[in-house]
Design a protein around this ligand. Structure first.
Ligand SMILES: NC(=O)C1=CN([C@@H]2O[C@H](COP(=O)(O)OP(=O)(O)OC[C@H]3O[C@@H](n4cnc5c(N)ncnc54)[C@H](OP(=O)(O)O)[C@@H]3O)[C@@H](O)[C@H]2O)[C@@H](O)CC1
Ligand SMILES: [K+]
Length: 526
């Protein structure tokens, strides 16, 4: 999924609008279809809501006539989409109410809604907001058409009051309405994924022409629900670089190196690993497991005799000692204050720089980094480590700062280091110099477990080793490969978990099956 900024979408719309293309009609038609799908999917029976007893009978599965929909309408074209959709729905027998949140609604849309018999209400003051909340709570679907790509800053005025009150009421309702956002959930940072004020969390977002970055990027992405793109024929976007990207399973299948009959272990990629220590021997086992399970040509491990023995006990195919490699993983399970191990990392890092091979720099390697890294070096911090990296470079950043504005922190880290940076989280973000931000939300919350990051480092290292030559030739590829590794790691975690707890090694063990499903097209997206 490729997401484009508000400005890019506007530029792409311009020639079509100038030529008289009925974009708003198409957008509203698609929105009305989505609302009908939500109604048909079977609205659960709603008992007594916070607003009092339901005046209408619950809708029977599959029937649209008799359902209730409440559309929250702002003063721009986003509200216009909502008004025309309300008119379409009313024409199908849906009982529609429109709540006008702004003072000057789209004139054509308002006229169409009136003609179709839609009830029109105002939410200009506290009383209006209370009425609107009652209308919304007795509805099967609430449509959020307050602001779209024309929004500036946090919601203000009656829009802010309504969204706050309705959000609280929906949270408290025993059977809340389904919320469908038009283009974006109103109030999110459309381009940066910020959540600067109140936002009504959607179950589904029907977005017009192309996805917007805020639908993929945290924290706003968490308010978007399922995202559906309505094609409006914005062909000009094909020539534009997207701002944000989410890879699909099919993308990853295209990126993953698949051996041919002519390949041998050296052409398939050799990965060198400097991970684990006397204090954290498990990190060595987990990192090498992640790599071995990806089908890398060979893994070379550098560490003490007892830790090497632990690695080889699990994976006898791992070779101890230095030799030619196509990529490195440095740092998991290494305390930068452990002089001997820190020296191993620094020395190997220098060798890797000289050899020009890609590398993954994780955990203990991060504080040891010099400035001016190549883009084919991929840093893999979590939020706390990224905050420390930024602070060490002179920016004052806390973990909470990074979590509150992760994309800005990520971009800043790329700017400071020159490297590609993968920020681990529920949504993993990746960017390199000049690349879009990749946002992968493939995992399960069960993946937040000790050692999972070591496995990811191994998976990414294996992928970089397999495509080493390509990455050196085209360093921007490192970000895409890092996003691909995050997808494989996340889906392996989901497969291993199947809804229950997992240990890090389970994730590594689920990688071959995950890759098999991806490469044979058996794993569906979503
Ligand atoms: N062009 C077309 O034909 C097509 C357009 N399409 C649709 O149009 C949408 C873009 O429409 P748009 O440009 O009119 O902007 P929009 O998002 O409705 O917002 C403007 C309104 O919001 C208000 N407002 C702003 N900030 C606010 C805040 N913080 N808090 C509260 N209010 C705030 C602002 O108020 P004002 O600043 O004027 O007081 C103004 O009234 C796009 O997202 C898509 O849905 C698609 O159907 C494709 C065809
Ligand atoms: K909206």
């Amino acid at each position: 999924m490729r997401a484009y900024s508000a400005a890019q979408v506007r530029r792409a719309e311009e020639p079509l609008l100038a030529a008289g293309a009925p974009l708003m009609q198409e957008a509203a038609g698609a929105l009305a279809r989505a609302v009908r799908e939500e109604i048909r999917a079977g609205t659960p029976e709603r008992g007594t809501s916070a607003a009092g007893s339901r005046p209408t009978a619950p809708v029977t599965r599959g029937r649209v006539a008799g359902a209730r929909v409440c559309v929250l309408v702002g003063s721009g074209n986003n509200g216009g989409d909502g008004l025309f959709a309300a008119a379409f729905l009313a024409g199908r027998g849906v009982a529609c109410d429109v709540v006008l949140v702004g003072t000057h609604p789209h004139a054509g849309g308002l006229a169409a809604a009136r003609r179709a018999g839609v009830g029109i209400h105002l939410a200009g003051d506290d009383d209006g907001v209370s009425v609107a909340v009652r209308l919304a709570l007795r509805s099967h679907v609430v449509v959020d058409a307050i602001t779209g790509i024309g929004a500036r800053g946090p919601l203000r005025g009656p829009a802010a009051g309504l969204v706050t009150a309705l959000g609280d009421a929906v949270d408290a309702a025993p059977a809340p309405p389904v919320v469908v956002a038009v283009d974006v959930p109103s109030g999110i940072g459309v381009d940066d994924g910020a959540v600067p004020g109140p936002v009504l969390v959607a179950d589904r977002t029907v977005t017009m022409g192309a996805a917007k970055p805020g639908l993929l990027l945290p924290p706003a992405a968490g308010a978007a629900g399922r995202v559906e793109v309505v094609e409006l024929g914005l062909d000009a976007l094909a020539a534009e670089p997207p701002d944000a990207v989410r890879l699909t399973g099919a993308d990853v299948a295209d990126l993953w190196p698949v051996p041919t009959a002519d390949d041998h272990k050296y052409t398939r990629g050799v990965l060198g690993v400097v991970a684990g220590s006397g204090a954290y021997p498990g990190a060595a086992v987990l990192t090498t497991s992640g790599a071995v399970r990806c089908g890398v040509g060979m893994v070379r491990y550098l560490g003490s005799t007892p830790v090497t023995a632990a690695v080889q006990a699990r994976h006898p195919e791992v070779v101890a000692g230095r030799g030619r490699v196509q990529a490195w993983v440095l740092g998991p399970g290494i305390d930068p204050a452990d002089g001997a191990r820190a020296e191993d990392v620094e020395r190997t890092f220098e060798d890797a720089l000289r050899a020009g091979v890609p590398m993954v720099l994780d955990a203990g390697a991060l504080p040891l980094l010099p400035d001016g890294l190549p883009a084919h070096a991929v840093l893999t911090p979590h939020a706390g480590e990224l905050a420390r990296l930024l602070t060490d470079a002179g920016d004052d950043a806390s973990r909470a700062d990074v979590e509150g504005a992760p994309v800005a922190a990520l971009r800043r880290a790329v700017e400071i280091t020159g490297a590609t940076v993968l920020l681990k989280g529920a949504t993993t973000l990746v960017a390199g110099p000049g690349t879009p931000v990749y946002a992968q939300a493939d995992a399960t919350p069960w993946l937040a477990t000790a050692g999972a990051g070591d496995v990811l480092a191994g998976v990414l290292g294996a992928l970089l080793a397999g495509r080493s030559g390509d990455v050196v030739e085209r360093p921007a590829l490192a970000a895409e490969l890092a996003a691909a590794a995050a997808l494989v790691h996340g889906r392996a975690a989901r497969a291993a978990s199947a809804g229950g707890p997992i240990a890090a090694l389970d994730v590594a063990d689920a990688v071959p099956g995950t890759l098999r499903d991806l490469l044979t097209g058996e794993m569906m997206d979503g």
